[in-house]
Design a protein around this ligand. Structure first.
Ligand code: PHE
Length: 343
């Protein structure tokens, strides 16, 4: 009886066998069909089987053998088919996954995305605009007419054979683009690349990135601006970050200020980045000059607002301890790969 039970168990095992690959199939072959297969010894048990059952036992054993053989053929066919299919697609599904050549985000993008997230949380919407601008949006609308000495503040790349088309020198041009096409309330941030004809060195480049911010509504005050920027600084540089606003000058804001954040002078890199002062200059800002609103057809009696422009590169250099701004534009993969695990 026991021997019959054994045959039954093996029959179930055979019919349920489902090896995943060639190795599994070979295991199956050795177990049921190999020279030392598991079925052979059961034949030896024939002598313990009562005479009247010997015939049935023999038949059952032969059935078991046949079942093993036919199951083997079925399994072999299906495994070989699967391999043919993946080979046909040029795939080997059994290869280990190769993660080595994953891309990485550029440090400038990492910092820019973080800043965008921070402002989006308080309702600013991203506005993207062209890098090739005209004179009016980049300068004139921004209260910087042709004879204005402030045009010398930013050395401009003009397009060949053109006196009006240029590479934008700041993302403030997006302010003019938005204010001439949208009605207040306006609450946008404009990330992007800007260009200035400057000598390239470890600290400055002829191309870099800014995020412009613009908020126009009724009764917007300087205190609103300061609070918005303090929120930004604390999200970006840590909850205890101190800021200071220094009076400054921009043609398109009045009053104007520059904002520094306190990094301290504890490490060689903060000392270098802050020129020994502990303060890192991160943005320019101010209340939108009424002339800018008038240029864009917004009534300054009804609306007021603030604007700011944040430089990205210096924050990226501080965050990742990069000492030479040129590394950000050389696209050396050995440099870029270092950021592959930063999101
Ligand atoms: N556009 C200025 C710059 O490039 C920054 C700025 C933006 C200042 C908005 C005030 C308001 O330096």
């Amino acid at each position: 009886m026991e021997a019959f039970e054994k045959i039954k168990t093996l029959l179930t095992e055979i019919s349920e066998a489902q090896p995943a690959d060639k190795d599994g199939l070979e295991q199956f072959r050795i177990r049921f069909l190999g020279t030392k297969n598991i079925i052979k010894p059961i034949f030896g048990e024939m002598r313990n089987v009562p005479n009247d059952q010997k015939k049935d036992f023999g038949l059952a054993l032969n059935e078991l053998k046949a079942a093993a053989e036919s199951r083997f053929n079925v399994l072999k066919d299906s495994i070989e088919n699967a391999q043919d299919q993946s080979a046909g697609l040029g795939l080997d599904l059994s290869l280990p996954v190769d993660n080595k050549l994953q891309g990485s985000r550029h440090p400038v993008s990492i910092v820019m995305n973080k800043m965008i997230d921070i402002f989006e949380k308080i309702g600013f919407v991203v506005a993207e605009e062209r890098e090739i601008e005209d004179d009016w949006h980049n300068f004139t609308a921004m209260n910087t007419p042709a004879d204005h000495p402030a045009r010398d503040m930013q050395d401009t790349f003009y397009l060949k054979n053109s006196i009006t088309n240029l590479l934008r020198t700041h993302t403030s041009s997006v302010q003019a683009r938005v204010m001439t096409t949208q009605k207040p309330p306006i609450r946008i941030i404009a990330p992007g690349r800007v260009y200035r004809n400057e000598t390239i060195s470890a600290r400055s480049h002829c191309q870099f990135h800014q995020i412009e911010g613009l908020y126009i509504d009724k009764d917007v005050s300087f205190a609103d601006m300061r609070q918005t920027l303090l929120y930004f600084a604390r999200e970006m540089y840590g909850a205890k970050t101190d800021i200071r606003l220094r009076p400054s000058y921009f043609p398109f804001t009045e009053p104007s200020a520059e904002m520094d954040v306190w990094l301290g002078t504890d490490t060689a890199s903060t000392k270098r980045l802050t020129k020994g002062t502990g303060w890192l200059e991160v943005l320019g800002c101010g209340m939108v000059d009424p002339n800018v609103l008038i240029n864009c057809d917004i009534d300054p009696e009804e609306y007021s607002g603030f604007a700011f422009g944040i430089g990205i590169e210096r924050s990226a250099m501080q965050k990742f301890n990069i000492s030479d701004i040129r590394q950000l534009f050389e696209n050396d993969v050995r440099f870029l790969r270092q950021f592959s695990n930063v999101i």
